[in-house]
Design a protein around this ligand. Structure first.
Ligand code: FRU
Length: 515
């Protein structure tokens, strides 16, 4: 009798455990299905923030990232690693850099040291050299000089990493925020230039061997946006009509155009010693709330490919995913565009995206008045998806994604304000942070008569490239049920010259089935 009772108890206990585990598993599956990006990089599990050490080498794009492998909130930083041969399909690799006695591994960059200036190379092969910030969590309490710059190198194409025994290579002069080195080779002076975020400005350093650094100049105390601390800079030239224009990218947090984190840029001249801007207004890489700490790949020749972290420090640790947190934007090609007398950086999704496009639906010359149900014409909405719209009429127009729960995401153009917007205020889960539910706007910079909007929608993100990437907005959202319907809305009758609708094939693995 006693043992029968005991057996029943055990069975009950096992049943409760099993139900608990399977409901947790169901929740996980639901979350994977609703939020896990299909075409944007996200690690299989745990916390990620800034992209780091982006370098192209021997046919492979390397992408490292701020990573905490023990939790899905920020913690002691490592460098995670992923690789791709086409910028679209990513394969996660073993962790590259672990915290050590000098501290956590904060953001930084990577170079191919072609001339082996560092002496780290072996057998005539150039080493890959990572230049990153060591952040000492012990010194953080009570001192100001707890961030400094260090090196690590690889002689097997990024598979294994050795930290330089002489670290740190750039000591801290007493500046609390002293981090995120981006290093490039400056050919005319045959030296490396480090662009470093130093609290409220950028400091440039130079070196001939990556190990000894000399301060060159400072830039920015009285330029650009200063709503928060400056972080994650980048410096590179772009050609415009045969002229070399230097682009200086600076992320800042908070102080973005729609609140929280965002990335500004300056155009001007750099002579190996100092950067001189050619404008006094503020320019933003992306006006949306969710593109931060973006920088470009090194060693890609004249092509400049940018990618950022698709989140915002306001709520990054609170977004409603559990086993993983946050994704990166799509890689974007950068170029300069002139509007009247002013130059801007325009960003466009890399053309490699075409590889995962299916056959497009194309509509030409359609009239929209009030409400056009597009899914009636195309069948149920299948995300990920890309839309391109073109109209010769400057009138209000918006895409509305919705589901049967009445959740909706609106993306469009407002004629009176002459701005683009993404309204995620009723797009699903939003209570995790007071600033999340909002309508975000971005000015239209183009003066053209034709408005163009390209949208790329993944499970929990939308990227808007308006007017060939002159105005860009990135936003994340968290539906409670998948969007199934798409409508085009217009108060006044508007003629849409061209509307293209292309579903995209998943390029990231299904993690809950492979792990
Ligand atoms: C930017 C940032 C960097 C820093 C890293 C730490 O998001 O704050 O300045 O190196 O994140 O994870």
């Amino acid at each position: 009798m006693k043992s029968k009772c005991f057996n029943r108890l055990i069975t009950c206990f096992l049943f409760v455990c099993f139900s608990f585990l399977s409901s947790a598993q169901n929740e996980n599956n639901k979350e994977e299905e609703l939020y896990r990006p299909r075409i944007h990089f996200t690690p299989a599990a745990h916390w990620m923030n800034d992209p780091n050490g982006m370098v192209y080498y021997k046919g492979t794009y390397h992408l490292f990232f701020q990573y905490y492998p023990l939790s899905s909130v920020w913690g002691p930083m490592h460098w995670g690693h992923t690789t791709s041969t086409d910028l679209i399909h990513w394969k996660e690799q073993p962790i590259a850099l672990y915290p050590d006695s000098l501290g956590y591994i904060f953001s930084g960059s990577m170079v191919v040291d072609k001339k082996n200036t560092s002496g780290f190379g072996k057998n005539g092969q150039p080493p890959l050299v990572a230049i990153f910030t060591h952040h000492d969590p012990k010194r953080e309490k009570g001192f100001t000089d707890f961030q400094y710059q260090s090196l690590a190198y690889s002689n097997d194409e990024g598979k294994t990493w050795i930290k330089y025994a002489g670290n740190p290579v750039l000591k801290n002069p007493g500046i609390i925020d002293f981090r995120d080195p981006k290093v490039m080779w400056y050919e005319p002076k045959q030296k490396w230039i480090m662009t470093l975020a130093t609290k409220d400005c950028i400091t440039f350093y130079s070196s001939t061997d990556l190990k000894n650094w000399t301060k060159e100049s400072e830039f920015g105390k009285n330029a650009g946006a200063h709503g928060g601390v400056w972080e994650c800079p980048d410096l590179f030239p772009l050609n415009y009509n045969g002229k070399k224009i230097w682009v200086l990218i600076v992320s800042l947090n908070p102080g973005g155009p729609n609140g929280g984190s965002a990335t500004q840029y300056f155009l001007g001249n750099f002579n190996g010693h100092e950067f001189v801007p050619s404008h006094s207004n503020i320019k933003w890489m992306d006006y949306g709330p969710d593109d931060y700490a973006g920088v470009t790949w090194s060693n890609t020749g004249n092509r400049k490919i940018f990618l950022g972290w698709m989140s915002n420090w306001d709520y990054a640790t609170m977004v409603p995913t559990t086993t993983w947190r946050s994704a990166l934007t799509l890689p974007r090609d950068l170029k300069l565009v002139q509007i009247e007398n002013e130059l801007f950086v325009a960003s466009q999704p890399v053309p490699e995206l075409m590889k995962i496009q299916s056959k497009p639906f194309l509509f030409s010359n359609i009239n929209v008045y009030k409400n056009l149900n597009l899914t009636k014409k195309t069948g149920p909405l299948q995300i990920p998806i890309k839309f391109s719209l073109e109209t010769n009429e400057l009138k209000d127009v918006a895409f509305r994604f919705s589901n049967s729960m009445g959740e909706e995401l609106l993306i469009g153009y407002n004629k009176n304000e002459n701005n683009f917007f993404i309204d995620r205020s009723s797009s699903g889960k939003k209570d995790f942070h007071k600033n999340f539910a909002a309508k975000h706007t971005a000015p239209r910079l183009s003066k053209a008569h034709t408005i163009k909007m390209t949208l790329i929608v993944d499970a929990s993100s939308v990227e808007l490239f308006a007017d060939d990437g002159l105005t860009v907005m990135t936003s994340v959202f968290f539906v409670n049920e998948k969007f199934t319907q798409l409508n085009l809305l217009a108060e006044e009758n508007i003629r849409i010259k061209k509307l293209e609708y292309v579903t995209l094939k998943r390029s990231m693995p299904l993690f809950n089935q492979t792990k």
